[in-house]
Structures are given as structure tokens and as C-alpha cells.
Design a protein around this ligand. Structure first.
Ligand code: TMP
Ligand code: ASP
Length: 238
């Protein structure tokens, strides 16, 4: 397999089939735009299994994604998309950067799900932007942004239900989108505890990458708990 792209936590390889790629989830764990970095055994396979399960659930809700199937270990087969250099964040509860930006109290429930747009750039620290910036600089036009926000809110309904059923509150998450050859916008990347905030509904225990960002304990242990609660089995190497 030929490596096409290597990101901080994932790698993309070409396959024998044109238009299909292998997305490999690495054990590398980063935060603060790559400034904090550790390699945690089994994190890749856990994320691959969790994201595969979630993409399958989204397909059942008629939400299109790049996911084709789970392959061995930490590998996922996906359709090749032309990725847009923006990130869509959906928030149900205030946490993280919105608390710093707007002085909100962590844990306050927002009046309705909030969609935000960020420019994907580690050098700039993924700045918050608006539709005008995205359109002006050619990252995504206004129609593309409206489509991504709409899909992101549909994803929110499906995800809230899924996590609610296993006693987890979905605080926020980040999505990335790309275009297929025919120009339609499809959800790409991953949906994992690396890119979501997940809190236990009763105890408020953090079950996501904030455990790593804030040094709250073992990260793979909490990702394993998320997988188990969702009913996802993961073969981990010891
Ligand atoms: P934030 O509070 O840092 O803006 O992040 C909101 C959510 O989106 C949180 O679950 C983390 C996720 N996220 C990423 O995974 N990668 C990113 O580059 C950004 C900006 C957010
Ligand atoms: N900006 C996000 C974080 O701090 C993503 C990343 O840098 O990997 O976790």
C-alpha cells in the first residue's frame, strides 16, 4: 500500500481499488495542535472500532459518510474524498474553547445545538472563522457551509440518541467533510473520543481526550469504557 497522507493521528493509503483508501488510526495521541504528544498502545484500534460502529449507525440514519468497512486491526476502508480545510464543531453543552472565548461556565447547557466553523491549521491553532472567511479564501463556499451545518445537526440527533442510551452525555464534537467526484458533500475523517467530549451522565466523569489534555488518568481505559458501553468489541494487543 502506498502512503498518500500522514496526519498527527491517522494515515491514508491507496488500495488496489481506485477511489478506495485505507485510513489507519495511529496510537499517536496529540493535543494543543500537536504540542502535547504521546504514543498510547491500542488507542488506534479502539478509535477505529468506535468510529466504524458510529459510521454504521449514521448510515442506518441515512447520513452519508466515507466509511466502507472495517478492515483488520486499526484499518478502515473509506471512499476517497476531496477534503475541505475546515472543521465543523457542534456543541450541546459549553466546554473547552467556547468557555474561554465567551466566558461561559463549563457544563452550562446551550439553548439549542450550536454549529461553529474553524479553519484547519495547526500553525494558526485552528482559528474560529465565519462563512465569509471560508468563502473569500476558497476553503468552502456559503452553500457548502450551509450543507455541512445541516448534516452536522442531523449527526447530532443520531449521536445524542446513541450516547444517551448508554448513559453518556454528548457535550461537543468536531466533524470534517469532503467532496466526492460528483461534487456532493460527504462526512469524512472520524468520530471518536479524540474529537468529542463525552461525560458520564450521572457522575460527570470525562470519557474523552480531555483525560489526556488535562492529565486526568489513563486514556485508553476510558476509550475502552466508551467502546464497551456502546457494545463494540475490540481485540487489543497486550
Ligand atoms: P474546542 O473546545 O477546543 O473548540 O473543541 C470542541 C470540540 O471539537 C472538542 O470535542 C474537541 C473537538 N476538536 C477537535 O477534535 N479538533 C480540533 O481541531 C478542534 C478545533 C476541535
Ligand atoms: N486542537 C485539538 C486539540 O487540542 C486537536 C489537535 O490539536 O490535535 O486537541
Amino acid at each position: 500500500m502506498k502512503a498518500l497522507y500522514e496526519g498527527k493521528c491517522k494515515e491514508l493509503f491507496s488500495t488496489e481499488i481506485n477511489g478506495e483508501l485505507i485510513q489507519l488510526f495511529k496510537d499517536d495521541t496529540t493535543a494543543f495542535d500537536g504540542k502535547k504528544h504521546e504514543v498510547l498502545a491500542n488507542k488506534g484500534v479502539l478509535n477505529c472500532a468506535i468510529s466504524s460502529f458510529i459510521f454504521e449507525k449514521l448510515h442506518q440514519s441515512d447520513i452519508a459518510t466515507h466509511y466502507i468497512r472495517r478492515e483488520k486491526n486499526a484499518e478502515m476502508r473509506v471512499h476517497h474524498l476531496n477534503m475541505m480545510p475546515v472543521e465543523i464543531v457542534v456543541r450541546n453543552v459549553a466546554a473547552g474553547s467556547i468557555c474561554r472565548r465567551l466566558g461561559l461556565k463549563e457544563g452550562s447547557v446551550l439553548p439549542r445545538p450550536l454549529t461553529e466553523l474553524f479553519y484547519k491549521s495547526d500553525e494558526l491553532g485552528d482559528p474560529l472563522i465565519n462563512e465569509e472567511h471560508a468563502d473569500m479564501f476558497g476553503w468552502a463556499n456559503k452553500e457548502d457551509v450551509a450543507t455541512m451545518f445541516k448534516i452536522a445537526l442531523n449527526v447530532n440527533q443520531a449521536l445524542c440518541k446513541l450516547f444517551n442510551n448508554v448513559g453518556i452525555q454528548l457535550i461537543d464534537y468536531k466533524l470534517e467533510f469532503g467532496k466526492t467526484k460528483d461534487g456532493s458533500i460527504v462526512l469524512g475523517d472520524e468520530i471518536t473520543p479524540d474529537a468529542c467530549r463525552l461525560w458520564d451522565q450521572i457522575t460527570g466523569k470525562k470519557l474523552d481526550k480531555d483525560v489526556f489534555r488535562q492529565d486526568l488518568g489513563g486514556l485508553t481505559e476510558v476509550y475502552h469504557e466508551v467502546a464497551s458501553r456502546l457494545g463494540v468489541t475490540v481485540e487489543m494487543s497486550s
